[in-house]
Unconditional design. Structure first.
Length: 159
């Protein structure tokens, strides 16, 4: 009999990262990087959409990777709202290499929120994701085999 408990499925599913970025090109590039590292990526174009997604699917996302400058709210406000609603969801802010102006104020006001500095590569992204939500999980087939069964060659008969 199959179990209805969601825990066994969670063991095989890669952690889900919500990428919040207002620019379509940056949102697409970041989500591709997240997927290439073995995590699952979902996207939101602003803070309000991110909060709607998190409310619609509670406890589904393990991490929110948000740009520090969003059109409707800054990354610090988004981090505060996520912390109030979803305390188990981690938040990482993405900022320019040397944040100045409003970005610098947000970073200083939220010292407990990790900041990923642009430009970043796969290594930096993987290190921060791994440190906060763990490595991506590799799904194993339910049969318990790590590799697919070998195909047998059909026998040929000579006529």
């Amino acid at each position: 009999m199959l179990s209805l408990d969601p825990l066994p499925l969670a063991l095989f599913r890669p952690p889900i990262v919500l990428v919040v970025e207002s620019r379509a090109a940056a949102r697409s590039a970041t989500s591709r990087q997240v997927r290439a590292l073995g995590y699952e990526a979902r996207v939101a174009r602003d803070g309000r959409q991110a909060l709607r997604i998190l409310a619609q699917y509670p406890r589904l996302h393990q991490l929110v990777l948000a740009n520090i400058v969003l059109p409707d709210m800054d990354g610090g406000e988004l981090a505060d709202r996520i912390g109030a609603r979803e305390p188990d969801t981690r938040v990482v802010l993405v900022a320019e290499y040397a944040p100045i102006g409003k970005a610098a104020v947000v970073v200083a006001a939220h010292p407990d929120v990790p900041v990923l500095r642009k430009p970043y590569g796969y290594r930096e992204l993987y290190e921060i994701l791994c440190a906060l939500i763990g490595p991506p999980r590799a799904a194993l087939p339910l049969s318990g085999r790590a590799t697919p069964p070998r195909r047998r060659r059909p026998k040929t008969t000579l006529r």
